[in-house]
Every structure is written in C-alpha cells, then in structure tokens.
Write a protein that binds this ligand. Structure first.
Ligand code: SF4
Length: 207
C-alpha cells in the first residue's frame, strides 16, 4: 500500500498543533469547493510512498518532533481517502517506540472507518465548510451527509481531539450562518472552534 502525496512541507511551527510538524499532503479530494486552494490535488502529479519509505523521508526531523511535541500532519487534498495507510503508518512509528504526534487535516467527507483513526490520531483539524446542508451543497457540490455522519461519531468518541474550523466563505455564507454552525457544534460537545475567513483568489479549481 502506498500513500499518494502532492507534496511534503517540513518545519511548520504551531500551524496544526504544538511543536514542529511536517505536512504530508494527500492526493485527491471528493469535494468540488468553489474556492479550492489545492487544485493540484485533483489532477496534478503525485508521488507514492510505502510506509517504510515515507518514514525514511520524514525521520530526519524526528528529534524536532520529539523535542517539541510535534509530529506529522496528514492533510490534502483529503487524507481520509487513504485512511488505511495512515493507520498503518502511525502503528509503524509507534512500533519503533517513537512519540511523534499525528494530526489529521480533513473535511471528513469520505465514507470510511473513522473510529480506527479516532483511537490513533492526536488531533483532527476539521474544515466543515458550513453545517447548513444547503450552504454545504452549494459550496462543495456534494451532500453534507458523510461529513455529518463522521463528525457525529468523532464528537461521540473523542470530542477533546477535535478542532473545527468555521470559515466565512465569500458569496456562500454569512457571519450569522457561521454562528449557527458554531451553536450546533457546541451542542455536540465540540468546544475548540476556529472562525476564520476564506480569501477569494484567482486560484479557482476548474475540474
Ligand atoms: S478546498 Fe475543497 S475541493 Fe479543494 S482540496 Fe480542500 S476540501 Fe478539497
């Protein structure tokens, strides 16, 4: 099994969590966001790594990870498309006695066994777009059902591991919509909410 990546970025400081992290961007995404900032994940080139070869690529920063409480962030694209690999990779590093932390940057829009990752990952950084199904569909071109199903399960299993990002999306939602999403999430027991604004750029994904 290989992990298909659009790129690896080292030495990220306090971007995803504590300490120094390396971002491994997964290839592919099931959504069709209007303001997609990663169009290369839909049709560009990817590089495949087996578990041991990805470990060999990342291990040069192991001392940084261990000294700062950092580790590896699987992002994208959508990393849950390759959830089996991620579980295997975490298990592999743990079998080596390493204390790397693992972060998952995800939209949760993939039908998968999310509970397998809930027990392994240290944090999920989730971009839900908007909890309103109509706004979600208008912006992503997909139903919100899978995202909501995974979110409910994670909120039940490990609410303390969830950081949910709530974007204000130009032309698609309003500050009031963002607050409605926040209220719904807090009712689910999710308290780590990150409100921010998407920047409208010319990099519109044209798939
Ligand atoms: S912005 Fe949307 S379509 Fe683009 S990679 Fe992220 S979730 Fe996928």
């Amino acid at each position: 099994m290989c992990f298909e990546t659009i790129g690896i970025a080292r030495h990220r400081m306090a971007t995803d969590g504590e300490g120094v992290t390396t971002l491994v961007g997964g290839y592919g995404c099931p959504l069709d966001c209007r303001w997609c900032l990663n169009p290369q994940c839909h049709g560009g080139k990817s590089t495949g790594y087996a578990v041991e070869s990805l470990y060999d690529k990342l291990k040069c920063d192991s001392l940084y990870f261990e000294a700062t409480g950092g580790g590896v962030t699987f992002g994208g694209g959508e990393p849950l498309l390759q959830i089996g690999f991620i579980c295997d990779f975490i298990d592999y590093t743990r079998s080596l006695g390493l204390s790397w932390r693992f972060y998952i940057e995800t939209s949760l829009a993939v039908k998968c066994d999310i509970s397998a990752l809930a027990s392994r990952a240290d944090r999920f950084i989730i971009d839900v777009k908007d909890m309103n199904p109509e706004i979600y569909f208008a912006y992503t071109g997909r139903s919100a059902d899978i995202m909501r199903e995974n979110l409910m399960l994670l909120a039940h299993l490990c609410p303390e591991k969830l950081r949910v990002r709530l974007p204000l999306i130009p032309d698609f939602n309003t500050p009031e919509d963002v607050e409605r999403s926040a209220d719904e999430l807090m009712l689910l027991g999710v308290t780590d909410l990150d409100r921010f604004m998407y920047k409208k750029t010319d990099k519109i994904c044209d798939k």
